[in-house]
Design a protein. Sequence first.
Length: 344
Amino acid sequence: MKIGILTFHWATNYGAVLQAFCLQEYLKERGHDVEIINYKPRHFDFGWNYLRRPWLLRRLRKDLLTQQREKKLIPFRNTRLNLSSRFFSTKDLLLAKVDYDVVISGSDQILNPSFTLSGENRPTSAYFLSFATKSKRIGYAVSFGCTDYSSDALNYAKKWIGYFDAVGAREDTGIQILTQMNYQGEKQVVPDPTILYGKGLFNRINIPGPRRGDYLCVYVLRDTFLIEEDNAVYIDELNNPVSLEDWLGLIINSRGLITNSYHGMIMSILNHVPFVTLKSKADNAGMNDRFSTLLSRLQLHDRLVDSIDSYKYILSKPISWEDVDRRIDAFRKEGASFLEEVLK
């Protein structure tokens, strides 16, 4: 079966790239011909917005650091992802008359209302798969990045959500949002592709470094802070960026992880690394359900905290990894059954 995947593979984010790779490889190992549909609106290209909005130069330093991280991710995308030709808009996708038996939208926050309303500097139905008129259309581990869709986004989404033959949501609240959108098709909570593919991932990627180092790894997004540790390694927006392979190595080989990253947390869980997960702050609080949904299933909800202050106590608490492995395997089987059924 020929399958196209539409996701945020282009985002300058380790987890976004990794989840795209995992879904691609999972499907390939089951005999499918898989391609990542290389859709990325032009205004997400570095430098494009400065030509049209020169006042954005005030954030140039931050964007330059992001661009350094992007350069570290490009080799992985180019060598590991089976990319189609580039598409800049939903119109491009429609005109291309893409020829897939199935198109999968997801994973990641592809139905975030901010992208739905302004992903192409205007509302876009791309991730609702409006263009895939001849294909079966599936959502897999789609995330809304919020617990409550705005009325404008909800009204727009209602026009397109019915195009899906089935939708697997990544968070519990995603099912509620689908209900608000009046979605009538099959829907259930399924695991992120990195969980679906599981430890097979680490057999496919050459991860550097000793196993295991005597340091704490601090991986934070949209924030920076220091902890009271002499032996800490920081991965954040102020430190030199690393490759995806090095990012994995720094997490996997650490004696503990402090993070506010969903995929960083998953990497630690899959590799039995003790961790503390920091909740997103008020303006991004809607993203906390991705942590709660997974950690509740794994009975690890006490690892999710409001403040960094308690990190030493949380890291000192033992984890029954045997129990965690059993629960995550059960969740993985739910995702596998969902895909097996909808791909018939």
